[in-house]
Design a protein around this ligand. Structure first.
Ligand code: EPU
Length: 418
C-alpha cells in the first residue's frame, strides 16, 4: 500500500490551483442518467470516487469518453437499474443513483450503503422522501428496491438538511408529475451546482441555496454541458496549511464566497487573508492564536475541514474547543494526531485542544478521507524526522495530486509505493 512521507518544518510559498469539487461532480454525473444522450462535464477531478461512480454507471449502460479535458457522459444505452454491493460498499455516494434511476427508468436496485468510519450515516430521509413521492420500496438481501411508474410531486420536510438526500430528491423530482417542495433543504454550494446543471438540462428548479427548494416536474430532460465548481474543501485545506506553515500562498481557481466561515476562523487565528475574484492569498502568522470552531451545515464551518483545523489548532498558542455537530464519530484522527505529540482531550462531541510549540514526526495511519488531509497538514509542521502517513488510499478518494500540489509550494513531501 502507498504511503506519503513528509519532512516537516518548511514554509509554503507560491501558487496552487484547486481541482473540481468531488461532492459536486458525483451528483452531476449521476444526474446525466436523467436524459438520454451525451452530456459534457468540465472540471471533473481525477479521483478514485469519480472512477467508482463511472464504473457503476458503466454497469448501468453509460459510456465515458475524455475529450479535450472534458468528460463526455453518454447515457444513450443506460437502461440497467442495478448498482451492486461490490462497488457501492466502496463509496456511499453511490446512493445518489437512486433518485435518477427511479425518475428515469421507473425502478432502481441499489445496495444499501453500510455504516462508515465517521458515523452510522443512515439514508432514511432519502427513502422517506422518495416514498412520499409515490415510490414503492422494499429492502431485500441488502438491496433497496424502488419502483414507480411516474413519481408524484409533493411536500417534503427533511428532519436534517441532508446534502445527498436533498440532491437525490431534487433529481427524483425533476421528472415527477407536478410540484415538489423540499423544506429544510441543504444549502451547500454542491446542491446549487447540481441545480444549475439540472436547469441547463431543462429542469425547473427555484430556491436552491435557500432552505426551500421548489421543483416543477417536466416530461423530459436533454443532455447538457456544465463546468463543476471548484472544490471548497480542497481550497480550505490549502488555506489552513498555508496558515499553519507560515506560508505565503495564492490559492487559485477557487470561490472565496464558499469559504466565508473558514476564512473568518483562519483570520482570527492570525493569518492575513486577501480574497480575490477566483483566488485567495494567505500569509501565515508567526504566532497562531487559538480559535474555537463548531461544525454546522453550510454556510457554517464544514465538517469536512474539522480534522484539518484540529491539526492547525494543535500548534496554536492556547486552548481551543472543537465541536462536531454533523457526524457522531468524526474524531478518529485524534489518536493519530496524539502520536505526533498533539494534546487533545475528547468529551463526547467536543475536543479540547491544547496547542503545543511543536509536533514531532512519527508514522501514522489515515482512517478516512479528511483525516488523511489532517495528518498530512500535521506532518508538514512536525519536526525531528519523517512523518509517514499510511493507508493513503483514503486520500486518493477525494484529493487530486495533493502531494504534488504541496511539492509545488515547496513542501518536502513524496509518495512511496509499496
Ligand atoms: N442523516 C440522517 N438520515 C439521512 C441522511 C443523513 O440521519 O437520511 C444524517 C447523517 O447521519 C449525518 C447528517 O444527517 O449525521 C448529515 O449528513 P448528510 O446526509 O448531509 O451527509 P452526506 O450527504 O452523506 C455529504 C458529503 C460528505 C459531507 C456531508 C456533510 C457527498 C458525497 N458527501 O455527505 O462529504 O461530510 O455531506 O457536509 O456529498 C467527504 O467528502 O469527505 C464527505 C464525507
Amino acid at each position: 500500500m502507498d504511503k506519503i512521507v513528509i519532512e516537516g518544518g518548511y514554509p509554503l510559498s507560491g501558487k496552487v490551483s484547486v481541482s473540481g469539487a468531488k461532492n459536486a461532480a458525483l451528483p452531476i454525473l449521476a444526474a446525466c442518467l436523467l436524459s438520454r444522450g451525451k452530456s459534457i462535464i468540465h472540471n471533473v477531478p481525477a479521483l478514485r470516487d469519480i472512477d467508482t461512480m463511472k464504473r457503476i454507471m458503466g454497469l448501468l449502460g453509460a459510456d465515458f469518453i475524455e475529450e479535450q479535458g472534458a468528460l463526455v457522459v453518454d447515457t444513450q444505452q443506460a437502461r440497467h437499474h442495478v448498482a451492486p454491493y461490490e462497488l457501492v460498499k466502496t463509496m456511499r455516494a453511490s446512493i445518489l443513483l437512486l433518485g435518477p434511476l427511479v425518475a428515469r427508468l421507473g425502478r432502481a436496485k441499489i445496495s444499501l450503503p453500510g455504516g462508515c468510519a465517521i458515523g452510522a450515516r443512515p439514508i432514511n430521509l432519502h427513502l422517506k422522501g422518495l416514498a412520499s413521492m409515490g415510490a414503492d420500496m422494499y429492502l431485500d438481501r441488502g438491496y433497496i428496491n424502488a419502483k414507480a411508474r411516474r413519481l408524484k410531486g409533493t411536500e417534503i420536510f427533511l428532519d436534517i438538511p441532508t446534502v445527498t438526500g436533498t440532491e437525490n430528491l431534487m433529481m427524483a423530482a425533476v421528472l415527477a408529475d407536478g410540484t415538489t417542495t423540499i423544506r429544510n433543504a441543504a444549502k451547500e454550494p454542491e446542491v446549487q451546482d447540481l441545480a444549475d446543471f439540472l436547469r441547463s438540462m431543462g429542469a425547473m428548479i427555484t430556491g436552491d441555496g435557500t432552505d426551500t427548494i421548489t421543483i416543477e416536474g417536466v416530461q423530459e430532460l436533454q443532455p447538457a454541458e456544465h463546468a463543476v465548481i471548484p472544490d471548497r474543501i480542497e481550497a480550505g485545506t490549502f488555506l489552513i496549511a498555508a496558515a499553519m506553515c507560515a506560508g505565503d500562498v495564492e490559492i487559485q481557481d477557487c470561490m472565496p464566497e464558499h469559504l466565508t466561515a473558514v476564512i473568518e476562523k483562519v483570520e482570527t487565528a492570525g493569518a492575513r487573508i486577501v480574497p480575490g475574484d477566483r483566488s485567495i492569498s494567505v500569509q501565515g502568522p508567526d504566532r497562531i492564536e487559538s480559535v474555537d470552531i463548531k461544525t454546522l451545515p453550510y454556510p457554517g464551518f464544514p465538517t469536512d475541514l474539522q480534522a484539518q483545523f484540529m491539526a492547525f489548532m494543535s500548534i496554536a498558542d492556547g486552548w481551543s474547543m472543537i465541536r462536531e455537530t454533523i457526524f457522531e464519530n468524526r474524531f478518529i484522527h485524534v489518536s493519530e494526531l496524539r502520536r505526533l505529540g498533539a494534546e487533545i482531550e475528547i468529551n463526547g462531541a467536543q475536543a479540547l485542544v491544547k496547542g503545543r510549540k511543536q509536533l514531532l514526526a512519527a508514522p501514522v495511519m489515515a482512517t478516512d478521507l479528511r483525516a488523511s488531509a489532517c495528518l498530512i497538514l500535521a506532518g508538514l509542521v512536525a519536526r525531528g524526522g519523517h512523518t509517514e502517513v499510511h493507508r493513503i488510499y483514503h486520500l486518493d478518494r477525494g484529493y487530486e495530486d495533493l502531494e504534488k500540489k504541496f511539492q509545488g509550494l515547496g513542501a518536502r513531501i513524496w509518495r512511496e509505493r509499496a
